[in-house]
Design a protein around this ligand. Structure first.
Ligand code: HAM
Length: 490
């Protein structure tokens, strides 16, 4: 065997050299040709050509005026590459997102990452607006990279109109962009899993969503001792504001100010509320209500007749029926930072308090009318891909996801490369994954590669066996080896 390989190497080496010299002469431009002046000429010629080609919508290449420079090999700050090992983790996570959505009977949807900027501009002073990646395209349209999926979903629901029967149960997994201050689990680009129910006014919908998130946690090994949901309703604040005759149109703004209560000094919050037109008396009452941590206490203050208490009591009893009471607690200080929520709001945190919110959502019954559509009751949640990975790391729960290719197929002679390709095709046709060795390599190399890709079988295509219509098989875990007819290879 080694003799065959060394002779193969002898023949192959000159061949490779001649190949590489062909490819270099094809793609590399001699240095003296790349003078700045020539590059400019090249760029303007290309740009003229693209202008002649009519309106493509694509930007013409920038004029090259300087010597070519080494590029920074890191992705832009706050964004990520996904090399194979990270991609395996991402695929595992998304597979679980999709599987849970399927278990709950949701259909997958998606929207463009680039949307019209107007979709994300709301007047309430949300942080998300200042974090928008936005620009003007070549047609002078203001566009933005989506910071979240909910406005796109609302747009699509309006576009579909009455053609789709309610309720809709839609889920999406998509990339979102926010120019955010980087902290652990917060990035400038992240993926969000969203599940939304459109057309159900009852809190049965919120209970179903919370139960789907818990199902996800349980699948990946996270328990109620690791994470907990803090739940409230914006109707709590609404009822307090109503008592003080504060106009409805201030509601979104008040919620956004209050959402910052844990990030800013209390004086700043009070001042902001005052500037928004809220009386001192109302501010004090708001702050008192926000500190409530039990539903009984809330009922004592607001009375049992209002929607806030009724919704929350029903939600907690439904969650109890799902068997998930230990996962959730009432916390009046949860209001969420997006203006469109109108009812139940919830966020999920790690119990050690080390990380930012793992996911969050709520009811947004009036978002559609802000885009000119008819309002339809709706609720949903967004679950990011970054914080959950931090939590899994923290708990030692990251799955082991090694590359796994079932077979490695190798020709023992250069002339048998075609025969090895035939074997690979047969196996792939039977649904088996195959790493085909594409060059002539010593067996030592093949075994090393087989170990790296965790192959179960090594299939060797040798001259003598091939002439008998057979191949050699080695089971790599046991070392067992045998010859088998090609048509018996499973
Ligand atoms: P959100 O609370 O802004 O809500 O984001 C939802 C989740 O996305 C967060 O809990 C977090 O897991 C993740 N996330 C947000 N920003 C970042 C970031 N910069 N880096 C990493 N992860 C991040 C929404 O976006 C709502 N649209 C959710 C929703 C859907 N409400 C109803 N339906």
């Amino acid at each position: 065997m080694p003799a065959i390989h060394s002779s193969l190497n002898f023949y192959l080496k000159p061949l490779f050299l001649s190949h590489s010299s062909i490819s270099f002469s094809k793609f590399a431009i001699p240095k003296q040709v790349l003078s700045p002046r020539n590059l400019c000429a090249l760029a303007s010629a290309e740009s003229a050509a693209s202008h002649n080609g009519g309106r493509s919508g694509a930007l013409s290449p920038p004029t090259v005026t300087e010597e070519l420079q080494r590029i920074d090999v890191n992705p832009p700050k706050g964004t990520r590459d996904f090399p194979p090992e990270d991609m395996r983790l991402r695929n595992w996570l998304f597979h679980n997102f999709r599987e849970v959505s399927r278990l709950f009977g949701f259909e997958e949807v998606d929207f463009p990452v680039l949307e019209s900027e107007a979709l994300f501009i709301r007047k309430a002073g949300e942080e998300i607006r200042d974090q928008l990646y936005c620009f003007e395209d070549r047609g002078n349209r203001r566009v933005a990279l989506r910071p979240e999926l909910t406005p796109s979903l609302a747009r699509l629901v309006i576009q579909k109109g009455k053609s789709v029967p309610l309720p809709l149960k839609w889920f999406a997994v998509g990339q979102c962009w926010r120019y955010e201050r980087m902290t652990r689990g917060r990035r400038r680009e992240h993926y969000q899993w969203n599940m939304d129910i459109i057309g159900v006014p009852e809190v049965t919908a919120e209970a179903e969503l919370i139960s789907s998130i818990i199902t996800f946690f349980k699948r990946i090994g996270i328990s109620e001792s690791d994470v907990g949901f803090r739940v409230s309703s914006r109707k709590v604040l609404q009822e307090v504001l109503r008592c003080y005759s504060i106009p409805e149109n201030l509601f979104g703004k008040v919620c956004i100010i209050i959402d910052k209560i844990e990030k800013l000094p209390l004086d700043v919050i009070k001042n902001d509320l005052k500037s928004a037109g809220i009386s001192e008396e109302a501010i004090e009452e708001l702050l008192r209500v926000l500190s409530i941590k039990s539903l009984t206490e809330l009922e004592e203050i607001l009375g049992g007749a209002g929607e806030a208490v009724a919704d929350l009591k029903l939600l907690f009893s439904l969650v109890e029926n799902f068997g998930y009471s230990d996962w959730i607690q009432f916390d009046a200080s949860v209001v969420r930072g997006l203006a469109y929520y109108t009812g139940i709001v919830f966020e999920c945190f790690d119990r050690d308090g080390k990380l930012r919110a793992i996911c969050g959502g709520g009811r947004y019954d009036r978002l559609l009318s802000t885009f000119g559509g008819d309002d339809i009751p709706a609720c949903g949640f967004g679950f990011g891909d970054a914080v959950i990975v931090e939590l899994l790391k923290e708990k030692g729960l990251l799955p082991e996801l090694d590359l796994q290719v079932e077979n490695i197929v190798c020709a023992l002679d250069h002339n048998l490369q075609g025969a090895a390709a035939t074997v690979a095709t047969i196996l792939r046709g039977k649904g088996q994954s195959v790493d085909l060795v594409l060059e002539s390599k010593p067996l030592k190399w093949v075994f090393k590669r087989a170990a790296r890709i965790n192959a179960q079988r090594l299939i060797l295509v040798g001259n003598t066996e091939w002439q008998k219509g057979m191949v050699g098989v080695k089971i790599l875990s046991s070392g067992e080896q045998y010859e088998i007819k090609l048509d018996e290879l499973e």
